[in-house]
Design a binder for this molecule. Structure first.
Ligand code: KIV
Ligand code: ZN
Length: 507
């Protein structure tokens, strides 16, 4: 057995990750991500902030009662209402954890909380004790710890550990710390807090200066035993430490970082894809570990080296992080077994029912396009599994007549249950504008488009086009996404997807 120290991976994609602007997720999407996190092997899932909204509460409750294999955590400010609500959501969990936080830095004490240092300690201790009345597994975070005076931070940590905190998390809330500083903070806690051996030290780094991963690694080098991170590094502002980067740094440079994690690294790319699809936050091509170009060698001299000996230019194997070999193409004659096998390689585990509905869509796609690549299949599966979870309006048919330099003419028919409605318009600056106007005319929901993108999921000009958009309705942002070989059709479905979310949210 290796004597490497085990580091706990605490995933906060569903909580801090959801705080990324425009990344809010619905219940079905959160459950799908929770399953992916379990399959990935994270130790703790922070499922949400139960007091924040009824939707957050329900998501934490459902995840707590339906998933085993990881501790399920809910966030609460250090007050009775928050903590009681968090427990209400978490109590069905097999292994619940309440995460209580209170800001400790001078800036927050003075300007936000208007509380003295002693009052802060009193409130923190009261919060931990209240939570401890519900369960044993309590995490406490002194918010903005990295900017808190070290003497005061040591006092707070000692007090909350005495009150029963089993994990003390050190957040660099504003992403201001440097690796040296973060290392020193953890070292001071280890060496100066007399009861530090009674709790695990955790670290939670934001990425405002691009240092979140480096700061997290410096923390474990100085005694931290847990890293809080998110898939694709999403999160408040510039995001959190990226889970895939932390995990692969530890694994690839095990000579330098003598630690271990429980992560099944082959699930990193599928989980990254899922989170990107669900949140609408695209992963940049050159993103470390999971970016599309992370293993693409462009320069001739590199390609030559790779052919002679992979290790000349490759420090990790793409298959180790879950990039599947994309050479295998499926088509019209491929059967259900081949599709199931391909789905598995891409990281999706489909139930019999899901496989059947994906297979029907696969056959329709095969009629429209000869070669079906991994990107097309992943997109089909994501559409079928996540698809339009808010079942309101659906597209029945459409027709657009566009002539160069002229106003488009569009006719659209939509259905909702047994009801069918059609509209015909000659309006808009182009096909997509006309589609927005037609959908608005039928549904009565006028979205303001904030972002619209279309990209191909695979090779060739017959590729599936994936449309994703963000649109505003009554001050809130809604996402829409769809993928078909016809970009206008995909656009209308994506508009309907966002419209349906707006309808459900405004009921
Ligand atoms: O960044 C932060 O300080 C947080 C805490 C709630 C842990 O997200
Ligand atoms: Zn945070």
């Amino acid at each position: 057995m290796s004597d490497n120290r085990q580091i706990k991976i605490f995933d906060t994609t569903l909580r801090d990750g959801e705080q990324s602007p425009g990344a809010s997720m619905n219940l079905v999407e959160k459950l799908e991500i929770a399953q992916a996190l379990i399959d990935l092997g994270v130790n703790v899932i922070e499922a949400g902030f139960p007091i924040a909204s009824p939707g957050d509460f329900e998501a934490v409750q459902q995840i707590a009662s339906n998933f085993r294999g990881a501790e399920i955590c809910g966030l609460a400010r250090s007050n009775e209402r928050d903590i009681d609500r968090a427990w209400e959501a978490l109590k069905g969990a097999h292994d619940p954890r309440i995460h209580v936080f209170l800001a400790t830095s001078a800036i927050h004490r003075e300007f936000k909380l208007k509380m003295s240092p002693d009052e802060i300690i009193e409130r923190a201790v009261a919060g931990v004790k209240r939570a401890k009345g519900y369960c044993d597994n309590i995490e406490f975070s002194p918010e903005d710890a990295a900017r808190t005076e070290i003497d005061f931070l040591c006092r707070v940590v000692e007090a909350v550990v005495d009150a029963g905190a089993t994990t003390v998390n050190i957040p660099d809330t504003v992403g201001y710390a440097t690796p040296e500083q973060m290392g020193k903070v953890i070292d001071s806690l280890v060496n100066r807090v007399p009861n530090m051996d009674k709790a695990v030290i955790s670290v939670h780094c934001h990425n405002d200066l691009g240092l979140a991963v480096a700061n997290s690694l410096a923390a474990i080098d100085n005694g931290a035993g847990q890293i809080e991170c998110t898939i694709n590094g999403i999160g408040e502002r510039a995001g959190n430490a990226s889970l895939e980067e932390v995990v692969m740094a530890i694994r690839t440079r095990n000579d330098a970082y003598k630690y271990e994690t429980s992560i099944n690294t082959q699930r990193l790319v599928p989980t990254s894809r899922l989170v990107s699809t669900v949140t609408g936050l695209h992963v940049q091509r050159n993103k470390a570990i999971v970016g599309r170009n992370a293993f693409a060698h462009e320069a001739g001299i590199h390609q030559d080296g790779m052919l002679k000996e992979r290790s000349t230019y490759e420090i990790m194997r793409p298959e180790d992080v879950g990039f599947a070999n994309t050479d295998l193409v499926l088509g019209k004659h491929s059967g259900r077994a081949a599709l199931a096998d391909r789905a598995k390689t891409l990281g999706f585990t489909l139930s019999g029912e899901q496989l059947q509905s994906v297979f029907i869509e696969f056959k329709k796609l095969a009629d429209r396009k000869k070669d079906i690549y991994d990107g097309d299949i992943a997109s089909l599966i994501e559409m079928e599994i996540l698809g339009a979870t808010e079942k309101e309006w659906a597209l029945v048919s459409y027709n657009v007549d566009i002539n160069f330099g002229q106003t488009p003419k569009i006719s659209v028919t939509l259905s909702r249950g047994d009801e069918e409605k059609s509209v015909q318009l000659a309006d808009g600056s182009g096909a997509i504008d006309a589609a927005f106007l037609a959908v608005e005319k039928i549904t009565g929901i006028g979205l303001t488009c904030k972002e619209y993108s279309v990209r191909s999921t695979s090779l060739g000009h017959d590729a599936v086009g994936e449309v994703s958009l963000q649109a505003e309705y009554e001050g809130k942002t809604y996402r829409g996404r769809a993928a078909t070989t016809d970009c206008v059709e995909a656009s209308i479905i994506a508009i309907l997807n966002a419209t349906n979310r707006a309808i459900v949210a405004n009921r």
